[in-house]
Design a binder for this molecule. Structure first.
Ligand SMILES: Nc1nc2c(ncn2[C@@H]2O[C@H](COP(=O)(O)OP(=O)(O)OP(=O)(O)O)[C@@H](O)[C@H]2O)c(=O)[nH]1
Length: 285
């Protein structure tokens, strides 16, 4: 199942998030550590207004560690706190509570000065489909609350979950749409499994992936497909991989469809190791 983000659906998603915003002190903006910008919502700031936000770079276990550090430093320069987390393994969960307290420190001091009793921080998770919202909720709750799956758009229910004494989390995340502005973002979302393949042309996705790998990780490309030397043009590279992998048609021509599927699958299965496709130095922010 894929959410088709028609204007009506976007307006509804926005309304739902705006409603829930009133209930919480802080937003946990969940993004994919491999594509922090491409997996963010283009209107988040406008939607949440002044609400404090903690950025969680999820799936950090399969992202390029150096780039994740670069992203954290990049956000810090903007006065934003970002944490690398791995919701699947439950790594970084304690830091989430500590960082929330830090982000809300001044507000909590002001509340104290007003004589208000300290209470648990109320939070909600917001993110695009398939970024790991349900997995994170289940990890923080230490039990299965929400439905998870490797398909965008499968989250339901609504209640508060106690996470220790300090945090209460809405059990239903806010789901917002990804960016659609440029084809590059689409390819990155497809390569990380955030959107369905059928929304884009498989050969275009593979081509983008190959171009990215040849410029950023040529050694891994050579090793994975046992290529002697990287051709400089993409068509020759496609041909070399097709031959090397034995993806040929009955006429012994390169089978572009099969080869493209193989390349995309291999990227998603981390056959090239940990990859991050957004770099704060090259992505337009
Ligand atoms: N490697 C890795 N995979 C993760 C992590 N967190 C979630 N996943 C996987 O990502 C996929 C999507 O996770 P979900 O929790 O269903 O994502 P969601 O954001 O709730 O998705 P929707 O319900 O579609 O909005 C699942 O296959 C998870 O196992 C993580 O930290 N690391």
């Amino acid at each position: 199942m894929t959410i088709q983000w028609f204007p009506g659906h976007m307006a509804k998603a926005r309304r739902e998030v705006t409603e829930k915003l009133k209930l919480v002190d802080i937003i946990f903006e969940l993004v994919d550590a491999r594509i922090p910008i491409s997996s963010s919502n283009p209107m988040l700031k406008e939607i949440i207004q002044q609400k404090p936000r903690l950025i969680l770079l999820n799936k950090a276990d399969i992202a390029d560690r150096q780039l994740t550090e670069k992203w954290i430093a990049h956000y810090a320069k903007q006065g934003l706190t970002a944490l690398a987390v791995n919701s699947q393994a439950g790594k970084g969960m304690n830091q989430i509570i500590k960082a929330s307290e830090e982000v809300l420190k001044e507000k909590r001091l002001r509340d104290k000065a007003k004589g208000l009793r300290p209470r648990a921080i109320k939070a909600m998770i917001i993110g695009i489909p398939n970024v790991g919202k349900s997995t994170l909720i289940n990890r923080l709750a230490k039990r299965n609350i929400a439905k998870t799956g490797n398909m965008p758009g499968v989250t339901k229910a609504q209640q508060w979950i106690k996470v220790g004494k300090e945090l209460e989390l809405l059990d239903t995340p806010g789901i917002l749409w990804p960016k659609f502005e440029d084809p590059e973002t689409g390819y990155k979302l497809a390569l990380t499994g955030a959107i369905k393949d059928t929304l884009l042309n498989m050969q275009d996705i593979a081509e983008f992936g190959l171009e990215f790998l040849s410029s950023h990780y040529p050694g891994r490309l050579i090793d994975q497909y046992k290529i002697a030397e990287l051709p400089t043009d993409l068509l020759s590279l496609f041909n070399v991989i097709a031959v090397s992998m034995g993806h040929l048609t009955n006429e012994n021509e390169p089978d572009y469809e099969k080869t493209a599927e193989k390349i995309v699958r291999d990227i998603r299965l981390q056959k090239f190791g940990n990859l991050s496709l957004d770099d704060p130095e090259s992505v337009e922010i």
